[in-house]
Design a binder for this molecule. Structure first.
Ligand code: AHR
Length: 649
């Protein structure tokens, strides 16, 4: 061989070697596992003012004067008498009302709302209140919306109060957008009236429902296309003590008859006190079922199992006294699914939903642990499995991702008929990276997994130090490749918590942040959305050098097929600080498209967050790449999460 030819060949070899990229090989024809349609869901808990002051669109704080301090949220001005009357005979669930008598002068009562009242320009707002005229003549009553400087935005007169309790309503229009408006009742002249349930709702709630939910927030939830909605929590299910546990029966029926209770997050963290945090239960179990149905998700209620929070009082009911708790579970299934001739099915019908909600899963206890929990679970299971064998039961592995309590729960649960184990991990981002293979070798013979609460907490220590950074979201994306790969085992998953008011939160990070007018999706939200919106129906294999892709060279990957949409979907996560380039090789798929659509979440700076002011710092960017002979060149910027969607026949 001539020297010249040798050099040419050598150069050719060097060039082709340099161009040889690592291959990510997808075997599209082999389904490894089916993906549960309810795989990616949402976890709702009334923490961070997620319900009252958040999703529940009521704008008046302490509308029925049932907070511990009956006038919390209200202030008075001028000359007049105000009494708080406690009349349990009138309504034991809503005993208090106020009695007002202006002293032939102007006397006003102002409500501050939940960190203010959010009003939208041209928005209409419906005031409703219960009133009773006690004197012969009615004092003049003017109702007003005020801006931050107490300037009147809109006012109307309330006339015609009758001598017996009745409900009155007035619709206002706001001429301005105001973040922190106030609501005021102005009394003048003479006369005595009793008032209660002073409530103000936007008329433009989700689906325009009275007693409804905030539209922008529900829309964000709907956009996730969640497979399930877990409610009502979380630790709120447990209560700090048993008296303050969540009892679903207290949250259904007429909102006026739902007994207000302190919210356990009111006093939980001394570094984030929330003395005005109570639960009106205006957003109660009926509304939760309705919400799940509206957004095409399964309802997943978690019930108290006779144990209060073990981090607080750890109060336990004696097993001999557990029957009412078990009965609550039995009755809940009747409420959700029962015929309208049944007691609880009839209540559901009266509330507006004669058709069943088709409840098919239920959690017994939240973050419980120890032998007492297992004993209690077994008592629930014996009754529920006998009466409703088709309702799947969820037990909990406790508050930690591993360790003694966790192992104890797993060992014991394997001896029961529990269907799912609810595992929680609030861990450092690094843990999420190291645990992307957590389920690869899990025992397949036992119960299925419900990854019921998780979030990467960027800084160790107290939760509030953690933020919704791109780093936290990126590590969650990497971890979730492992959840998805193991979809035969992990059949439900939800980030937690879901919602947080920017001024009234107790815990962070959270998936969606909001103020009184708008909301922002975090990078973590977009990760959840990209998984949920591209969940597929079957897991297929994706390998690099014949191996599962779980972190070698900072790459994480999984692939799924969507048999219904006829798509092949590849999820790739590059956690390194350098860009990467791979050849994606698709084998076993017929008629694949020449272009693949890509959705990329990325930021060069790991500490990047989205905010109400800058909501688009980290959002998915859509693009496309060529696919030729089943091969596509994929360029991954540093710190990126990419979903690649290839259409096929
Ligand atoms: O999501 C916040 C809390 O974290 C939940 O209430 C509880 O279950 C967990 O400890």
């Amino acid at each position: 061989m001539s020297t010249r030819l040798t050099i040419v060949l050598l150069l050719f070899t060097i060039c082709s070697f340099a161009q040889k990229r690592e291959e990510l090989v997808v075997s599209a024809d082999k389904s490894i596992a089916e993906i549960s349609p309810s795989m990616w869901g949402i976890f709702f808990e009334d923490i961070n003012f997620a319900a009252d002051g958040g999703l529940y669109a009521e704008l008046i704080k302490n509308r029925s004067f049932e907070f511990a301090n009956p006038l919390m949220g209200w202030s008075t001005e001028g000359k007049g008498k105000l009494l708080v009357i406690n009349d349990g005979l009138r309504n034991p669930k809503n005993a208090r009302y106020i009695s007002i008598e202006p002293d032939n002068a102007t006397f006003s009562l102002t409500n501050e709302g939940f960190r203010g009242i959010g009003l939208h320009e041209n928005g209409t707002y419906k005031l409703s209140l219960r009133g009773k005229l006690v004197s012969d003549t009615q004092p003049k009553i003017v109702v007003q919306l005020l801006d931050t400087t107490n300037k009147i935005i809109s006012e109307r007169e309330l006339t015609g109060l009758k001598p017996e309790w009745d409900t009155y309503s007035i619709v206002f229009k706001s001429s301005k957008t105001i973040q922190k408006a106030k609501f005021r009742l102005v009394f003048s002249g003479t006369g005595l009236v009793n008032l209660d349930m002073i409530s103000l709702f936007p008329t433009d709630t989700w689906k325009g429902r009275p007693n409804g939910l905030r539209k922008d927030l529900v829309q964000k939830l709907a956009d996730l296309k969640p497979g399930f909605v877990r409610f009502p929590g979380g630790c709120i299910v447990e209560g700090r003590d048993l008296a303050n546990r969540y009892q679903w029966k207290e949250t259904v029926g007429n909102p006026f008859d739902r007994k207000v209770m302190i919210n356990r997050w009111n006093t939980e963290f001394d570094y984030r006190p929330a003395p005005d945090y109570f639960q009106t239960f205006g957003l109660g179990f009926y509304e939760y079922f309705q919400l799940a149905e509206d957004i095409g998700a399964k309802a997943l209620p978690i019930l108290n199992c006779g144990m209060a929070c073990q981090f607080n009082t750890a109060e336990l009911v004696a097993n001999t006294e557990l029957d009412p708790y078990i009965q609550d579970a039995v009755d809940l299934i009747e409420f959700a699914n029962g015929d309208t001739t049944t007691k609880w099915g009839n209540l559901r019908a009266k509330m507006g939903h004669p058709k069943p909600f088709n409840l098919d899963r239920l959690g017994v206890g939240n973050e419980q642990w120890g032998p007492q929990y297992i004993e209690k679970y077994k008592l629930f299971e014996a009754v529920l499995k006998a009466k409703y064998p088709n309702v799947k039961l969820i037990g909990a592995a406790g508050p930690f991702a591993g360790g003694e309590l966790f192992n104890f729960a797993w060992d014991k649960f394997k001896l029961t008929n529990v269907d799912f184990i609810d595992e929680h991990y609030y861990m450092a981002p690094d843990w999420f990276l190291k645990n992307a293979g957590r389920y690869d070798n899990y025992d397949r013979k036992g119960p299925r997994i419900f990854a019921g609460e998780f979030a990467a907490h960027d800084k160790e220590g107290k939760a509030p130090e953690s933020r919704n950074t791109w780093f936290s979201a990126l590590t969650e994306a990497a971890f979730m490749t492992g959840l998805e790969r193991n979809a035969d085992l992990v059949q439900m998953s939800s980030y937690a918590p879901l919602l947080a008011h920017v001024e009234a939160w107790q815990w962070r990070p959270d998936l969606i942040w909001f103020d009184n007018l708008s909301s922002v999706a975090t990078p973590n939200y977009w990760v959840q959305k990209m998984y949920s919106n591209f969940k597929g129906t079957n897991v297929v294999s994706i390998l690099k050098a014949g191996k599962t892709i779980i972190g070698k060279d900072s790459l994480y990957a999984n692939a799924v097929e969507d048999k219904v949409k006829k798509q092949l979907i590849v999820k790739l996560v590059n956690t390194s600080a350098v860009s990467k380039e791979y050849d994606l090789v698709i084998s076993g798929a017929k008629g694949i498209s020449k272009k693949a659509v890509t959705y990329t979440l990325q930021s060069d700076v790991l500490s990047t967050m989205n905010s109400l002011q800058n909501p688009d710092n980290v959002i998915p960017k859509t693009s496309s790449i060529d696919v030729k002979n089943g091969k596509a060149n994929v360029k991954m910027p540093k710190f990126s999460f990419i979903v690649i969607v290839v259409s096929k026949k």
